[in-house]
Ligand binder design. Structure first.
Ligand code: HEC
Length: 163
């Protein structure tokens, strides 16, 4: 009897292991499931307007300046005075639009030529009154503008030497 009883109550090492592991793992599984539940609830809340939110965020974090990609291999070919005139200046300086001194018109240009080549070039670069800076073509170089000024001035009696 006593031997049998002993056998019934004796805890085997295997039982100890099972009990210990079970006791540790069960709570871990419970915690894991709770975390999953919480995360799931959060995710479903956030999904509602993530689209609108991400747009707002993108707007906030977008760079202040935007990079304009220019082909570094594209060589800029400098235009001569006539080419610049035909591409840009003619828009006003052929018809005299906005009171622009007309190409080839000595009367229009005489007093302007009197200011000197450098002043005229400066005004072409910076603009003056209704004459827009660089004739509105911001990609023109100073040299191209100077050539166009010489081209127009010389058409009206000046003897400017273009760069
Ligand atoms: C949008 C019209 C317009 C275009 C395009 C334009 N001009 Fe003019 N330009 C004017 C007007 C208007 C004046 C007269 C401004 C004034 O004296 O009030 C003027 C005057 C000038 C003068 C005389 C400035 C002075 O001091 O008397 C020069 C030089 C000149 N333009 C150069 C150019 C060149 C070079 C180009 C082309 C690259 C060009 N302009 C394109 C409108 C234009």
């Amino acid at each position: 009897m006593s031997a049998h009883h002993e056998e019934m109550t004796k805890t085997t090492p295997m039982q100890v292991v099972v009990a210990t592991v079970g006791g540790l793992v069960a709570p871990l599984i419970a915690i894991f499931l709770i975390i999953q539940l919480v995360l799931g609830i959060q995710a479903s809340h956030m999904n509602q307007d993530t689209d609108a939110q991400s747009k707002v965020v993108a707007e906030r974090i977008k760079p202040v300046g935007e990079v304009k990609v220019v082909d570094a291999n594209a060589v800029k070919v400098e235009k001569n005075g006539e080419e610049v005139f035909n591409a840009v200046c003619t828009a006003c300086h052929t018809s005299g639009a906005l009171g622009a001194p007309k190409y080839g018109n000595k009367g229009d240009w005489a007093s302007r030529i009197g200011q000197g080549y450098n002043t005229l070039v400066k005004h072409a670069v910076e603009g003056i009154r209704t004459m827009p800076a660089r004739g509105g073509a911001s990609d023109l170089s100073d040299a191209e503008l100077a050539r166009a000024v010489a081209y127009m001035g010389n058409s009206a009696g000046a003897k400017f030497t273009a760069p």
